[in-house]
Design a protein around this ligand. Structure first.
Ligand code: OFO
Length: 178
């Protein structure tokens, strides 16, 4: 039911659309991580798959956080349409390289959105987005750390097994800190 009261809000239509685009991006990220988790699990990388399954949940939580914000602000959050998920990778390294690229793209998206909110003086949404700004800083650091394992340990011999173990250990460390 739409009443006069429910129409009154300070959230601009354009901000709502941009937040919905971010919801789409977070939802896609969740399934993107889920597909990589399944790839890793079926290729014997159980530590990496644990990390990736866990991260798929994190991304879902990010999506829900924005949905709740939009609806609480008087807008209408749209559940994302998920298509075009990649299911095949040539190596575990490629999985983690594409994760870093993805996280950098999400950071750019959050920054653009924050910049827009600043321009239109939507300080409430700008404040809300600060959580995501900090989160992206952490996610980029984690993505780089995972990739460093490949360079430091090396992939030869038992290297991949050790890398897989280190990725699992990093997840445990992150969980301890949360
Ligand atoms: Fe939602 O932080 Fe990664 O993508």
């Amino acid at each position: 039911m739409t009443t006069v009261v429910t129409k009154k809000r300070s959230l601009l239509k354009e901000t709502e659309e941009k937040l919905n685009a971010q919801i789409q991006m977070e939802g896609l990220a969740s399934f993107y991580y889920l597909a990589m988790a399944s790839w890793a699990e079926t290729h014997g990388y159980l530590g990496a798959s644990e990390f990736l399954y866990d991260h798929a949940e994190e991304e879902r939580m990010h999506m829900l956080k924005i949905m709740k914000y939009v609806n609480d602000a008087g807008g209408y959050a749209k559940a994302p349409e998920i298509t075009g998920i990649r299911h095949d990778y040539t190596s575990l390294r490629e999985v983690f390289e594409s994760i870093l690229e993805h996280e950098l793209a999400v950071t750019r998206s959050i920054n653009k959105l924050s910049d827009f909110c600043f321009e239109v003086k939507d300080f409430a949404t700008l404040n809300f987005l600060q959580w995501f700004v900090n989160e992206q800083r952490e996610e980029e650091a984690t993505s780089r750390r995972n990739l460093e394992f490949f360079d430091i340990i090396g992939e030869e011999g038992q290297g991949l097994w050790m890398i897989d173990t280190e990725i699992r250990n990093l997840l445990a460390e992150i969980k301890k800190g949360n």
